[in-house]
Design a binder for this molecule. Structure first.
Ligand SMILES: Nc1nc2c(ncn2[C@@H]2O[C@H](COP(=O)(O)OP(=O)(O)OP(=O)(O)O)[C@@H](O)[C@H]2O)c(=O)[nH]1
Ligand SMILES: [Zn+2]
Length: 319
């Protein structure tokens, strides 16, 4: 049975498989199995695509029409109150790139991790600029709660490493190998340095893609799929906009489930519908660390972020 939606018999014979490597509104750039890329247009709302989608397309002159979108293995959302900004499909790993400087926001990090959890995609945190001390050690320490809750955190130095110091790049490459990784990070952490280092001719490709999709206008496309190897087995998906990371697609009552440290404390609340805010007998609030209770498994910052997000998601629901 075909895994494709909305595919009629007559279309089936003329369509070819492809991978969406960039998308801009109703146009996208599709890569055929032989590596050729062409502009395709979505027929209607139903066939709207995101980067990472595999599709069936039919040629129309030197462009194409998307006839069907294959069922997605997963879909990474980033949604604000008004609309979905951009997302990617069929991702194996979300890499959150942070650095010793600029100082990272735990709120942004937490939001990105929640979005990855909600999509069921593994997350990896990478801390770059190991050479910048003592800021690196401070930032590494701030990530301790994330290591404790089970996230992999890797140190990295994209600036040529000091004599004898490992850069961390080999370990990172090993984790990315044969997978499709969505790279997220705030501005200035070294994201372009990383992408340019791993993807041959990345900036030339970006220019080509944005010219193709914007008919000459040089605007940056939102999300772009790059292969790091000639065999096209390992991919990096570069996506801007870490700053305004909306989680409007998440229900407030699911939030604690999507935060591994809170999730670990669930199950012991007195009320089955406990929101873990001010209810008595709450196993989450009693696991929050404080000066009187330093052994608590949930850091005070993470619990504060939970309360903030819960309030925000609840007020959005009220409209
Ligand atoms: N000291 C130090 N600087 C680094 C390292 N990696 C990257 N940088 C520098 O950090 C600055 C920002 O790097 P970019 O790659 O432009 O960062 P970006 O995340 O793409 O930032 P935007 O272009 O603003 O999105 C550049 O000056 C890099 O040379 C590192 O490991 N150590
Ligand atoms: Zn509770």
């Amino acid at each position: 049975m075909s895994r494709s939606k909305s595919l009629s018999k007559s279309q089936n014979t003329a369509t070819q498989p492809g991978l969406v490597v960039a998308a801009h509104g109703r146009h996208c750039l599709v890569e055929a199995p032989d590596g050729q890329r062409l502009i395709c247009h979505a027929r209607g709302k139903r066939n709207e695509v995101v980067v990472g989608d595999t599709v069936r397309w039919a040629p129309t002159g030197d462009e194409g029409i998307i006839e069907a979108v294959d069922e997605r293995r997963n879909l990474f959302h980033r949604q604000d109150e008004w609309r979905t900004k951009s997302f990617a499909a069929n991702i194996d790993l979300v890499l959150i790139l942070l650095a010793a400087e600029p100082e990272f926001s735990e709120s942004q990090l937490t939001r990105a991790l929640i979005a990855a959890e909600a999509a069921g995609i593994e997350a990896l945190i990478v801390l770059n600029k190991r050479d910048v001390q003592p800021a690196f050690d401070r930032a590494w320490e701030r990530l301790a709660p994330y290591r404790r809750m089970g996230y992999a955190v890797l140190p990295l130095c994209l600036r040529p490493a000091l004599q004898g110091e490992p850069s961390g790049l080999d370990e990172l490459k090993a984790r990315l190998d044969q997978r499709s990784t969505l790279v997220l990070g705030p501005s200035g952490v070294g994201k372009s340095t990383l992408v340019n280092g791993l993807v041959p001719h990345a900036s030339a490709q970006t220019g080509e893609i944005s010219r193709a999709l914007n008919s000459g206008k040089h605007t940056t496309t939102s999300t772009t799929w790059y292969w790091t190897d000639a065999q096209r087995h390992t991919a990096l998906i570069d996506s801007p906009g870490f700053q305004e990371f909306g989680l409007a697609h998440i229900e407030p009552e699911h939030l604690a489930q999507l935060m591994p440290d809170l999730r670990g404390a669930l199950g012991g609340c007195r009320f089955y519908n406990c929101t873990h805010r001010q209810e008595p007998g709450c196993s989450v609030t009693s696991a929050v660390a404080s000066p009187d209770h330093p052994e608590g498994s949930i850091s005070a910052t993470r619990y504060r972020l939970y309360l903030e997000l819960h309030a925000q998601l609840s007020s959005q629901r009220a409209f």
